[in-house]
Design a protein around this ligand. Sequence first.
Ligand code: PBG
Length: 345
Amino acid sequence: MPFNGHPTGPKIPTVTPGFPTTRMRRNRRTDWSRRLVAETRLGVDDLIWPVFVHAGDEPQVPIPSMPGVVRHSVDALVDAVGDAAALGIPMVAVFPYVEPALKDAEGSNAVDPDNVVCRAVRAIRAAGTEIGVMCDAALDPFTSHGHDGLMRGEEILNDETVEVLVRQSLIQAEAGCDVISPSDMMDGRIGAIRSSLDAAGHGHVQIMAYAAKYASGFYGPFRDAVGSASTLGKGSKATYQMQPSNSDEALREVALDLAEGADMVMVKPGMPYLDIVRRVKDSFGVPTFAYQVSGEYAMLRAADERGWLDGDRVILESLLGFKRAGADGVLTYFAVEVARKLKAG
Ligand code: PBG
């Protein structure tokens, strides 16, 4: 029998005496008691809101596979981000919709300081909104083939891509972005981006690495949103994103990104990968985030719209699950409506 306390002292059983002395339901009987024993809480500070911006004048262009999510014009985005800040949401993640005419095999628009991401970031900064602004480092919204990197034949080039990601990160930092989030899964990009940011005087810009990012079918609606679904076609990202079968490998990815200078790490997608979130948090104890991706959003939204699930309940329950798994925060398209709900109590 295991014992507590002094080795020579009396043996104190650590086994909980059983029923009927112990009744687990006693703590659950009243609302106040349930609140008192709650182990995990979801608050507005846990939310990161991913948003889409396009260069046109249309304030809001709906995304059919993500009902309730839109592509904003730059002006409309500034207002929307203002609303998010007023609700207390700590950070937004800005993603571009790039017109097909601006895409090429090199993703050149990604390194143009006048691209729609940089213009949006400058506009948010000019409005004086106090909120964190995060931008992806990845080429897929900008490439004519929809891949995150440069290609030679069928191959996705690693080191050549990293050079472009560095330039993309620098112009985004220059525009006023607070956090760079490399989502491309090239090897060595965190270290290259970190040292270039430092050399360019952007030592305060943080890096949230998409450290364990899986080649997932759950990104489908996002690719509609940024306009890369048609360019990528049946193309697979399996040579750079992780295979869903692996978990130890995720720890190696995270360890490398941390060693290269990542300030925060992310696991993506979210709900099917909560075991990875838990392992990462337990192994490293660093700020760990999860991305409730577009396909997860679409599933919950669609089931709610059909009356198959109670959206109000399952959205909050899904986000609490991330917290319970060890995440410090969640990127979620539900951020604004959840913030409103939490405020209303
Ligand atoms: C770009 C990127 C993707 C997502 C975030 N950044 C798509 C992809 O890797 O194909 C997905 C986000 C989502 O599905 O909500 N590399």
